[in-house]
Structure formats: structure tokens, C-alpha cells
Write a protein that binds this ligand. Structure first.
Ligand code: HBI
Length: 99
């Protein structure tokens, strides 16, 4: 099914929910930065997110420096933020809450 870019109000409403605490919109993408105790914890988190992203066939734009992970979510084929990005952000947040 083709994904539609969400209206800004819908994104703002989702970001106001507890499930997406800490997420913002930066440069047209959902954005969040996490800090872990060390590299292995950061990379372990990235590994778990990679598996759930692959399962959803929806993948983050991200980077890692030592214990920090920066994540941007956008639906490339839609050219903007869609429901898939909100869903992946919520799953990522669940993973992060386990650390
Ligand atoms: N991940 N973030 C993101 N955006 C996409 O458009 C996207 C993806 N992962 C896989 C994917 N699209 C595939 O559907 C294809 O490109 C075929």
C-alpha cells in the first residue's frame, strides 16, 4: 500500500504522546538521540533495532559514535514522515526503555 505523508498536526499529536517522548521533527524527519553506557550497549541496541526494522521492512537513517546513537526516520518513497515512521519510532522507544 502506498504510504502518504502525514499532516503536521497529526505528527505533532503523535509526538505529544508518552510513547514517543523525546522524539522531535528535524529537517522533515522524526529525530531522536540516545546515549548508552558504552559502545557495546549502543551497538546491542542498534542490533535489536536492525532486526525489528528488517521485520517491518522499514529502515532508519542513523549514526553511532561510541555510546551515542542518532536516529532519523522518514519514508523515502513518500518523501516525508508517514505512519510507518511513527510505528517504528514507538518500537524503537520500547527497545530503548529496556536499557
Ligand atoms: N525504509 N525508511 C524507509 N523508507 C522507505 O521508503 C523504505 C524503507 N525500507 C524498505 C523500503 N522502503 C522498500 O519498500 C523498498 O525500497 C522496496
Amino acid at each position: 500500500m502506498a504510504m502518504l505523508k502525514l499532516p503536521a498536526e497529526e505528527i505533532a499529536a503523535a509526538l505529544a504522546s508518552d510513547a514517543l517522548r523525546g522524539w522531535t521533527v528535524q529537517n522533515g524527519k522524526l529525530h531522536r538521540e540516545y546515549q548508552f553506557g558504552n559502545f557495546i550497549e549502543a551497538f546491542g541496541f542498534m542490533t535489536r533495532v536492525a532486526l525489528l526494522a528488517e521485520g517491518a521492512n522499514h529502515h532508519p537513517d542513523w549514526s553511532n559514535v561510541y555510546n551515542r546513537v542518532v536516529i532519523d526516520l522518514v519514508t523515502h518513497e513518500a518523501g516525508g514522515i508517514t505512519r510507518r515512521d511513527l510505528e517504528l519510532a514507538a518500537k524503537i522507544e520500547e527497545q530503548a526503555a529496556r536499557r
